[in-house]
Ligand binder design. Structure first.
Ligand SMILES: C[S@@+](CC[C@H](N)C(=O)[O-])C[C@H]1O[C@@H](n2cnc3c(N)ncnc32)[C@H](O)[C@@H]1O
Length: 192
């Protein structure tokens, strides 16, 4: 049975990832992005959910949030961004979030393979916070953009790490940026 959702003001004080010394490990900019852009009828995807702090925030604003993450990465799979022990702990915390928010639908798996399960031009937004290496990030942009409706938003975290995502699409859309390195832009018809 689902328990009550966590209040948004509690999420505003939550830490997003595992490194408490990282100044970008806070939620204010993400909440600002959601207040500005996310609509109550949206069906969206978050790629890279970890413990579900950002997922829970999206769940406050959107109708449906598909949550994509393998929750089993580590150095043996060539993934060194987060310690494997922290990912394992996050997997349990994510399941508590998913139990609290019936509009969060867990899709355990790797992006961009997970994108194949979504129909073309079916999503209102995708938030990318999984792969941050150049090849992985480009693969994510290319896999998920065709799943977005025209005028939908491609969004993500860590602009400082991944660089301007519009370069893969020759997009001239305005790139909106938010505190702690979240970003968003509207995908146009020619970007599909
Ligand atoms: C920085 S954490 C996400 C933090 C979360 N979005 C938040 O703000 O609370 C990155 C997550 O991306 C996931 N990840 C890494 N590579 C991935 C991939 N190829 N597909 C899906 N998820 C991936 C990791 O398992 C990890 O949980």
């Amino acid at each position: 049975m689902s328990s009550a959702p966590q209040a948004l003001d509690a999420l505003a004080r939550a830490r997003r990832v595992w490194d408490n010394h990282n100044p970008e490990n806070v939620t204010g900019g993400l909440i600002q992005l959601c207040r500005e852009l996310v609509r109550p009828d949206w069906v969206m995807v978050e790629v890279g959910c970890f413990a579900g702090v950002s997922t829970a925030i999206f769940a406050h604003f959107a109708a449906t949030v598909y949550a994509v993450d393998p929750w089993e990465l580590g150095p043996e799979r060539g993934y060194n961004e987060i310690p494997a022990s922290a990912i394992a702990a996050a997997a349990g915390r994510f399941d508590l979030v998913a139990a609290r928010y019936p509009n969060v639908l867990k899709r355990q798996g790797f992006s961009p393979e997970a994108a194949a399960a979504f129909a073309g031009a079916s999503l209102d937004a995708v938030y990318l916070d999984g792969a941050h290496d150049p090849a992985g990030f480009e693969a994510d942009v290319r896999a998920w953009v065709p799943k977005l409706k025209t005028g939908a938003f491609l969004m993500g975290h860590d602009l400082n790490l991944v660089g301007d995502p519009r370069r893969f699409l020759n997009s001239t859309a305005e790139l909106r940026t938010y505190p702690e390195s979240s970003w968003a832009f509207k995908v146009g018809q020619n970007d599909q």
